[in-house]
Each structure stands twice: as C-alpha cells, then as structure tokens.
Design a protein around this ligand. Structure first.
Ligand code: GTQ
Length: 330
C-alpha cells in the first residue's frame, strides 16, 4: 500500500499516523482590551441587565485567537454590583479571586460564612468549592475583576456548580477572622479547615510593601514584584494559579524572558508598554492584556511616575504538572 492510499484508509477509520501530525503556528495570540471599552460595556450592562438575570453581572474578555475565554486556562471577567444589589450565593469547582477596582467598606464578598470588605486594590480569594456571594451596602457602584481557573477546570471535565439554598449565606464568623487566625501570631488550637483558605489581602499593606522595597534591585524581568502567597503554607495564592503585583519605577525597562505559563495583566496604575512576541502593546490605566505561553515579553514604564501591574499566572498548575519551563532572552 502506498502512503497516500494508507492515509486515506486511516482517515476513513478515524485513525492517524505520526507522520501526519501538523506542527502549525501556535494557536494563541497576545491581545489587549482597552479599559474605556470594557468600562462602557459594564455600564451598558448595568442599565440593561438586572443582576438576577444570571446571578452575576459580568463582562467577559474574549481572546479572538481562542474559541472561548481570555486564555486557555485562566479567565477574567469584570463585575458590577450596584448600590443595594446582591450577587446570589453559589459555589463552583473553579477557584476564583476578586481584585477590587472600585470599592467601599460597605461592600462585601462573603466566603464560607465570613464577610470580607471590598476596598480598592484589595485581593479576595474564593478557593474552589467555597460558598460565596457579594453585596453592595454602599451608595456607589462597586467594580472588580474576577479571575478564575474555569477554562482549565472545564477542559479537565471537573467544573461543577451549585446554588446556595438562599440568596445570601449566613455570616457565621466575626469580622477579620481569617486575618487573625492566619496572621503571623496564630492561635494554637485553631487550624484552618482547608489548606487553601479564603483570604483578603488589603491594598494598604500590599502598597506599603511595594513602596518599602522600591529602592531595592527588584526582579530583572518584572521590577518590584510581589506574589500573594497562601497565608497558611506560603505557596501560591491558589492551587492552580497565583496573583502578583508589580511596581515599575518611572522609566524602568525590564529584561525579556519567556515561560510556558500564561499571564493576564491589569494596569492598575500608570501607563507603559509591554512587548509580547515582537509586538508592542501600549497600556493605560485599566487596560487588560494577555501574555500567552512561550511568548517573549518585557515591560516598560512610559511615565516618570510609578506604574503598577496586577497579574494572574497559571504557573502553579504548570509547576505541579512538571510542565513549567522558563528562559531568559537577554
Ligand atoms: O462572582 O462568583 O466572573 O461565580 C464567574 C463566576 C464571577 C462570582 C464570575 C462566578 C463569579
């Protein structure tokens, strides 16, 4: 049998040969979403979509190089809760974080019976299969980024979801319970019930650490970068992904590298440019962008003032699967 004939014979039987494998260009591409458009979309949804329509009023970022989602692993949505609204209680296998863009001490995410205030720059985790609901007791709209490993969990066939029996879960723990129980001086008789506990990382503390380290060398590829570690064991923020925050000093330009992990960025403060796979993406405050796997990238702060990037990386998932690889490019 000739090869061509064999190939046809195989195709008719839904079989293939190693010699037929295609090694085409990578399917994922970098992309940047302008905040002005994301914000306008959210405002329009605020007028047109009642919060109980689907339990959440979110705008999802869709990467044109993928069939769905922002990346093939981590996803970001932007969520709006207007004054007096409740985003009803539910839980899902996908783990999630909230990064607050417009907050108040009267707006809360409730996770496993504890309410966490949502103030600008705060990061709040809702680890996998934890009950969570959000409510806005302030007089102003509240906006945050949702980061989830939903694409990865769905791809692996592991994404389940269920609603709580009521719209809101009861508050069973005192305020600041996690901060106390998981602080550096801890009670000897209380152990968190899960290795990845819900937690709030207050902006005030994160920002003061960034400023305190501003004079130090910093990471050659990422400037003054902090990882939000698991408060219990010091590992990544969540099992599959980690959140990071980096300050780029006025005019700072980082070195290029690439890795097999994917990173999604949000320009929390300032303006700059990130070169991704030879393409330059200029960002202003609020913009969101993706660095896909194995794409070289470097950041530059285009102003005299500090710029701050919040990011989410799937590095922990790749590391645990022994798929993480990284290389400097200069
Ligand atoms: O607020 O709990 O963007 O469950 C996607 C799934 C937000 C949320 C999302 C969710 C939520």
């Amino acid at each position: 049998m000739e090869i061509a004939e064999l190939n046809r014979w195989l195709a008719e039987r839904n079989l293939g040969g190693h010699w037929l494998q295609e090694h085409g260009p990578e399917k994922w591409k970098p992309y940047l979403w302008k905040w002005s458009e994301v914000y306008e979309a959210l405002c329009r949804a605020g007028e047109a979509v009642p919060i109980d329509k689907s339990g959440r009023r979110t705008i999802q970022l869709k990467n044109p190089s993928l069939e769905r989602g922002m990346t093939h692993t981590i996803h970001i949505s932007v969520q709006l809760v207007k004054p007096g609204e409740i985003a009803r209680a539910h839980r899902h296998v996908a783990a999630a974080i909230r990064y607050v863009l417009k907050g108040s001490d009267k707006a809360f995410t409730v996770v496993e019976g504890e309410r966490f205030p949502m103030q600008e720059g705060d990061l709040i985790t809702t680890p996998n299969w934890t009950w969570h609901d959000h409510y806005n007791g302030s007089g102003e709209p509240i906006i945050w980024l949702d980061g989830l490993d939903v694409r990865l969990a769905s791809y692996l066939g592991a994404q389940f979801q269920e609603d709580f029996r009521q719209e809101q879960q009861p508050i069973e723990k005192p305020d600041s319970y996690s901060a106390k129980v998981l602080g550096h001086a801890r009670p000897s008789w209380i152990k968190p019930s899960r290795r990845v506990p819900p937690f709030r990382y207050r902006w005030e503390e994160t920002y003061s650490t960034l400023l305190a380290l501003k004079q130090s060398e910093g990471d050659p590829f990422d400037g003054v970068r902090l990882e939000y570690t698991n408060p219990y064991h010091g590992g990544p923020t969540l099992t599959t992904f980690s959140c990071e925050i980096q300050l780029l000093r006025g005019g700072e330009k980082t070195k290029a590298h690439r890795h097999t992990s994917t990173t999604v960025y949000h320009a929390f403060r300032g303006k700059g440019a990130t070169e991704i796979g030879g393409q330059t993406f200029q960002w202003d405050q609020g913009d969101l962008f993706v660095v896909p796997p194995w794409h070289s990238h470097r950041h530059e702060n285009l102003s005299k003032d500090d710029s701050i990037l919040f990011s989410i990386t799937d590095r922990p998932a790749l590391e645990v699967l022994a798929l993480y690889r990284e290389e400097p490019l200069e």
